[in-house]
Ligand binder design. Sequence first.
Ligand SMILES: C[S@@+](CC[C@H](N)C(=O)[O-])C[C@H]1O[C@@H](n2cnc3c(N)ncnc32)[C@H](O)[C@@H]1O
Length: 325
Amino acid sequence: MSGHLPVMMAEVLETLAPQAGQVIVDGTFGGGGYTRAILAAAPCQVIGLDRDPDAVVRGKALEQEMSGRFTIVETQFSKLDELQDKIDAVVLDIGVSSFQIDQPERGFSFMQDGPLDMRMGKDGPSAADVVAQLSEGELSTLFHVYGEEREARRIARAIVTDRVATPYLRTSELAGVVSRVIGRKHKDHIHPATRVFQALRIYVNDEIGELEKALAAAEAVLPQGGRLVVVTFHSLEDRAVKTFLNDRSKEAPGSRHAPAQAGPAATFSLVNRKPLIASEGEVEANPRSRSAKLRAAIRTSAPARSSRVTGIAGVPSLDQIKRAA
Ligand SMILES: C[S@@+](CC[C@H](N)C(=O)[O-])C[C@H]1O[C@@H](n2cnc3c(N)ncnc32)[C@H](O)[C@@H]1O
C-alpha cells in the first residue's frame, strides 16, 4: 500500500507559521504528513484529529514516537470546539487520503472493485445504502449538485430502474451502470464514473456540512492572532471556505432599519486575498495537487458570530436517510 503525499506542505507551514509553545490542531491527520512537518518546524504541540480508525492507528504510532508532543483523537473535525485544550491554530486538508483511495475494501475507487462503502468513519449509511434508498429525483440532484455531472438525470434513472432487480453493492457495478449510460469516454476526459463517485463520497461523509461546522468551530475557539489554514480540492469545498472567510473578514453592514449602525466586527483577517495554488513543480510531481487551493486567515479580537449551517435543496439530510435505514 502506498503512502499519502502531503499537498502544498511549504505553503501550509508558511501560512500556519507554528511557534514555540503553541497547540496546533491538525484536523485531518491522514498519514500525518502535515503533523510531522509542523512538529519539525517548531517546538510546539499538535493534536491530530481523524474520523478514520485506520488513520488513528497511524496516529497512535506517532504518539509513541513524539512522546508528549502529539496526541491523536478519533473524531470529526466539526467537533474541534469540544477539545478541552487551548488551541492556537487549526489546519484542515479536506478530502480523502491516498490510504483510503488505494484500499479497494474502503469502496472509494471506481478503478478497483470493492464494497460500495465510501465511509471515512465506520458508522452511518454507506454509499450502497444511499444508492438503494434515495429516489430518482434525489439521486439526480445529488449527482448534479455534488458531482456537477451533466448526465445526472439519465444516470439516476438507470440506477433506479436497474436496482429493482439487482441492488448496487460493489463499486464496479456502479461504475458499470454509469459507463453504460454516458459511454466509455466522459466529455471532460475523466473516467465516466468520476463525478458520480465524488458526489456520493461528499454526501456519505457530509463533507460540506463538516467543513462549514469546522470553520465556525475554529472561529469559536481561536484566540486573537490564531491562524486558520484550509486546503481544498474541489470547487464546492473552496466555495464554502471562501464564502465563510469573505463574510467573516468584512465588517457586517448596518441593517435596513439602522443603516448607520455597523453590524458585527470582522472575526478574521485574510492572509491572502486569492487562494494559493500548488507550484508547477509540485503539480508535476504530484498530480493530485493540481486542484488544491489554500486559504488562510488570522483571528481578530471580535467575538465569534453564530454559526450558519446549510444543506442542498432536494436531497434529504443524512439524518433522514439514517432514520429510513
Ligand atoms: C487529505 S487527507 C489528509 C492528509 C494529511 N494532511 C497528511 O499530510 O497526511 C484527509 C484526512 O482527513 C480525514 N477526514 C476527512 N474528513 C474528516 C472529518 N470531517 N473529520 C475528521 N477527519 C476527516 C480523512 O479520513 C483523511 O484521513
